[in-house]
Write a protein that binds this ligand. Sequence first.
Ligand SMILES: [Zn+2]
Length: 257
Amino acid sequence: MRVLVISDVHANLTALDEVLADAVNMEWQGRTGFDAIWSLGDIVGYGPWPNECIQRLQQFTDHLRVAGNHDWAALGRLDVEEFNREARKMVLWTQQQLDPASLAYLRGLPDRPLLHEAFTITHASPRQPVWEYINNGSVARENSGYFDTPYCLVGHTHVPRIYRLTPGAEPAQVACTVYGPVYDRDISLTGPHSLIINPGSVGQPRDNDPRASYALLDVEQALWRYRRVRYDVEITQAAMRKAGLPERLIVRLAYGW
Ligand SMILES: [Zn+2]
């Protein structure tokens, strides 16, 4: 089974559509297309098209998904004071936009990690599925005891990364090696280790590369392939300006931070 792995779409329909088109058309191992979508949370928040992004993903019946902190915030399940000023403004704006169908979709998102064969699927971390940032090796190491599968897929940081966790002589001596993304090359996931893997963000990348980030996964062969696709950032920015969204959030899309 070939899976399109996406995270942190953040209501950026222009980026999402570009990713979907790229994944549909990309030839990999002698075929194109994908069989399922795994969406690691934060479908809404920051961007101008929350309902439209939800509707787009609902067109795919084979679609595993989990809740992110912005999805929860849009439902009023998190205290908006936890967010910074601009993010807070976006939470309130998003709450005003969501139609009943979108609210029902967001309410149905699980807040616990999902399991699919060798994969644990969560938004932030297996230890704290909605909140924790796995942004360095020591946090990754601390999370190694919180999932039982060989691989754990996470989003939340908006930065594509692979954390390789190798057991040591003692249970506490897990070693972690951090890898940045290598694009358009097959990455074999198998080995005497477990991995925490982040596909990066579709709608608001934060690794100084404004292109939308995603990955394709061959589940049976445990092969991973990072992709980066250009989308028309200015279309998203224009829609955000028209909606009166915070300038800092508009500007950052052009820089990927
Ligand atoms: Zn996010």
